[in-house]
Design a protein around this ligand. Sequence first.
Ligand SMILES: Cc1ncc(COP(=O)(O)O)c(C=O)c1O
Length: 405
Amino acid sequence: MKEAMNPPVLPSEPHVMQTYGRLPIALSHGQGCWVWDTNGRRYLDGLGGIAVNTVGHAHPRLVPALQEQIAKLIHTSNYYHVPLQEELAAKLCEISGLTNVFFCNSGLEANEAALKIARKFGHDRGNTRPELMVFDGAFHGRSIATLSATANPKIHAGFGPLVEGFVRVPLNDLPAVEAALRAHPNITGIFLETIQGEGGVNPARVEFLQGLRRICDQKDILLMLDEVQCGIGRTGKWFAHQWADIQPDVMPLAKGLGSGVPVGAVVCGPRAAKVLQAGNHGTTFGGNPLAMRAGVETLKIMVEDDLLANAAKVGGELKAALAAGFAGLAGIVEVRGQGLMLGIELDRPAGALLGQAAEAGLLISVTADRVIRLVPALILSSEEAAQIAAILVPLVKAFVAQPKP
Ligand SMILES: Cc1ncc(COP(=O)(O)O)c(C=O)c1O
């Protein structure tokens, strides 16, 4: 029987800027793929902090490692060597095949650094008005430059004038890419999410990625793959582009890299790695010992516990369970995604499902208005995947059985 949701006992928030429409839930602690609210109610966490809690909550090896690091050194400064930076950078280069890393604190910061690299790559070649190709449906962050690269007009609204120099084309359309390059000879890079997250879990197709790689090589421009959301093992490989057997020149990362400790990184290959020189870019917090330790320990746990294989296997099971549950159901447009980055597109706005799912004990997100997104921790078990499907399928069935608004 469904347990009724406790009346919310929530602090009012007179001093917090209300930039989010929040659910009436305050979480107090977590364990693995489960979280508890301040009323003691338990939820299965299908959201993972929006693709952040790679190794789940309160991981028994991550927590003591971070405790030890905090007791030793949280922050120094980039004026000094930070040995853990080299350790994490070397690991990121090993798993990506790229060569150098700049560390920062978030996804938008990683993308800002990528945008600066693309512009300076142009300037270094005598192109003083460099432009960048971006895509319909893209989301790259909320700073002025990254929101300008983002496609959604709702995210632009109220923040003009936008940063210029972005040329937008449809995703998965190579002829459109080629036409835009002919029309804009100043383009110095092609910038896209390997799988769009906020845009509704829309994968760039394998042939499209391979075509972009070929074009970037021919034209001597940069292929820049934003793997902030889809990277770090989420799809079952370290990076989503590895399914297409290509390498980017520039790859921004964040979200899952620190398992919740803010870490961003831009991983570059040889064509981009030397573009930024001393004095060109910087950050106070980026690459501090605590953040680096979180990254090092996250990747270590992922290897020790074979979380890439787990993401592929359990993600496949979850996708199959959802596809079977929704088979033939009018109102379901598509179940898509790879590994533990899944989207269920409905034929109508799905925001109301957030509260209904929480009431049924499951945390999810809804993105691009109509797409239910599941991005749980990569430690999700087969049983937990089955539980997600068992909660979500009847809920969505009842939802789409109602008349369309
Ligand atoms: C693909 C992608 N890029 C960039 C960002 C921005 O990251 P952050 O919120 O850490 O600034 C996000 C966040 O959702 C994202 O999904």
